[in-house]
Unconditional design. Sequence first.
Length: 211
Amino acid sequence: MADKDDGRRAAAVFDALGSGYEKAFAHSEAHRRSLEWLLGRLAPGSRVLDVGSGTGRPTAETLVRAGHDVRGVDVSPVMVGLAARQVPGAAFTCADVRRLALEEGSLHAVCVYFSLLQMDRGEQTELIGRLARALVPGGSLVLATVPLDVEGVDTVFMGQPVRVTSFAGEALAEVVRDAGLTVLAEENVLFTPDHPEAGPEPHLFLYCGRE
């Protein structure tokens, strides 16, 4: 999904989902465990980027409450508006992260929760590399995705048409390692979003460090 319309397509999907997305994923214990792991690695006042920040909950909210300097970026103006109201202590930008300027060595942590799935594999690989370089030495990256070997597959997600591209788990771990990060831990779970049109889906959480 490399053309400019793809960003608008993803924005339309999440504009339509709005707060329903937060409700559907609110009971993800694996997501909260990954945030606890991240908090355990961060010094007070750390700079954190939340890629695909959605409604701001639980990621940005959890990090702000812990005293960190959080910036969220999301392609959906509806999501950014919700996040700004719900988590006023963070700064949210409506932008395509593929075109976001990232200063090398400027961040202590990056969160990427299910925000790569509407990018093609080349874009995902390039972005992970840029995010890795944006980390300070010792910085952390948490990456969550649906670990399937699929490319450009049209499907329906919570009633919305989407085109999905992903990597199988080990292939994604290799992308992360090639970006200069170490996979310190991982968790695989089967999760069912709280939505009448959702079914069980595999989730992979990679806990990574720039050592």
